[in-house]
Design a protein around this ligand. Sequence first.
Ligand code: ARG
Length: 409
Amino acid sequence: MVRGKVVLAYSGGLDTSVAIRWLQERSLDVVALTIDVGQPVNLSDIKEKAQRLGAKAHVVDARREFAEQFVLPALAANAMYEGQYPLSTALARPLIGKHLVAVAQREGASFIAHGCTGKGNDQVRFDLCTTALAPDLTVIAPAREWGMTREEEISYARERGIPVPVSNGSPYSTDENLWGRSIECGVLEDPRIEPPEEVYAWTASPAAAPDAPGTVTIHFESGRPTALQGKSMPIVDLIASLNDLAGRHGVGRIDHVESRVVGIKSREVYECPAATVLMKAHQALEALVLPRDLLEFQRNVAARYATLVYDGLWYTPLREALDAFVGSTQERVTGDVSVKLFKGAATVTGRASPFSLYDHALATYSQGDRFRQSMAEGFIYVWGLPARTWAAAGATTPAKIVKATKRSK
Ligand code: ARG
């Protein structure tokens, strides 16, 4: 006796496969939805697996939508959570959430389900998506409810004939998409220990990377990368090629103790070769074409934007307003950036733009200097006026502070 219909975000892994059966055992008709965000998996195998478990299965290729509507705005905003994490997993959640809602509405389902546990950020992101887009739908998170350990889950699966992938010998939990790969659990839970080489799949070990550096050139049009090595290509292909190119040189490994939304500190390892290179290149181009005050203000926006994405607040007026602001700053972020890739490092080595604010005649210390150095004295006089007035009023100056500290010793 079926009591309702549920659309489940299905990855094909053990957790969500067990979730299919668990939901069915609670008299729900399960529709499994797998979203292609560029994770290297066999989607038809996943679809078949869901069907064999008795679910209706949909697969949606959302790679372009992911890149265009989620990754590019985050790149334009230079969004790096805690200055480290390009938000690869976090950015895909609102996209998946949006599709879950759309399928639920099409299928006449009243429930949405995901495989997240009660300890992570992803549950927050999925749940808040549903709250924002379709508050009538109810979210079910089986893994938050079933209280099974890994081992119990495996025997639950075995008892019900749910295939347990051999890769389940792997102690790591991973999530992958075009923008990066996240790895957690196992030995990574000890933040004192260096991540073993086996956790990495997209990047060569810097020590084993080519001894000769590689160089990539990226062309940006209004903040958006449009060509790689002089070749125009669709954004999905550009990111995928750059993941490959930079990954070969060991670029994009991130090892971070991260502050989760739910208050837990967690050790996270990421591989984000393309994101690492593009973020650096984009910032280098902005440094060339945007004025100082705008760049400084932008850094605050970047931090706020990153936190907002991390916290699952994609579908909010604040995100839309920040996007509008960032969009307005990108008009002249056009040009070429060269990045050298060498044994794990990505270093910007050149930048050029038709909108460059760099004026050689002003900057040079050689022939052709047009900067009127004598004018600097007057500028500094006026610039220093507040300090002079402050000191004249007998206020504490740093020099006096230095003396006072010496005396108190
Ligand atoms: N900590 C990251 C985030 O919250 C990644 C989570 C990845 N999930 C996973 N199953 N490994 O965005």
